[in-house]
Design a protein around this ligand. Sequence first.
Ligand SMILES: [Zn+2]
Length: 371
Amino acid sequence: MPDAATNDSPSIFDGLTGQEHAAGILDNILGSGAPSHAYLFHGTGGTGKVEAARRFAAALVCGAGGCGGCDDCEKALRGVHPDIVMVEPVGAFITVDQVREVNRSVNLHPGEGQARVYIMSPAEAFNSESANAFLKTLEEPPPFAYFLLIASGIDQVLPTIVSRCQLIRFQPVRPERIEERLREQADLSPVMAQAFARVSRGNLALAEELASDPALAGRRQRYIEAAARLTRGDTGTTPARLAAELLAEVEGSLEGAGVEQPPEGFFSATRRQQEQDAHRRETAARRAEVALALDMIGTWFRDLMVTASGAIEAVYNKDYELELEGLALPSRTEDYRRAVAVVEATRAKLGYNIDLELALQAMFYELLEVL
Ligand SMILES: [Zn+2]
């Protein structure tokens, strides 16, 4: 299938990989000439939702409905259009102060374009206080204002917000499409392109990062190897040691990255707030990396299960095919399935305020029992 949303006429969404369905719906909405004032773009992370929102916003501010070539479109696509405002969390949440700023500015007539558009990402970051402050504006904005909300997990968005938006679903990108993209862009062996495309499970952005960031690719390898050592029953693999090693790897990734700074100028924070926000961002980054580690470990046990049941061609971690073949025992297919469940259960708890070290020790303890 081509990248274009439709095969006949050019579209502002051309080139959005793997989102023909969502792009088709958005094209129809724009074609109808009567877009709603609030949309929630939702679905797997890394599938181009923010990029699609930028393009949709371009079509709203452009006098020609998204020609792609005018000054409004060009600025919108570069993310510098003055009538398109990006609202992102400060620390863990989109705060009530940020929402008040939106409530105030929403009534200002667009300066350059045909509309004023707010892209708010992620919508999971509204807390009940900021959501309450936002509901009236979301429900009855001025005729020229639009809200494009972005969420990976719609279940984590407050229902009061969800119910006031039109929903647009973004599908995971098919692994073959991701593989194609990786082969075009990066100097990767076919085996690695296939492995990264498959282990990222529809998250195109993650696959591209694995392909372009050797540090991330290295961590993926070490997370997989921890799971492989467990499977082989290597000596010295105690739950405490495995958990400590994994967390050391996670901390190393935070040092390298340097935690992101908040968007400047949207509202000014006191120094104390800034420190709290920095701490929250670090906590969020740590949890995201642990989640990634568990996802990678989960793919290993899934691959063992698949290999043990005789379907080695369906393995995600193609670069470990030989090792998987050597280790997977058909008689233990059910144990591998249980190992996948153990990892997934721990992964599901990460959203809560849990002690990471204890949770990981408990997971490795259970895995040792199962295996
Ligand atoms: Zn234009």
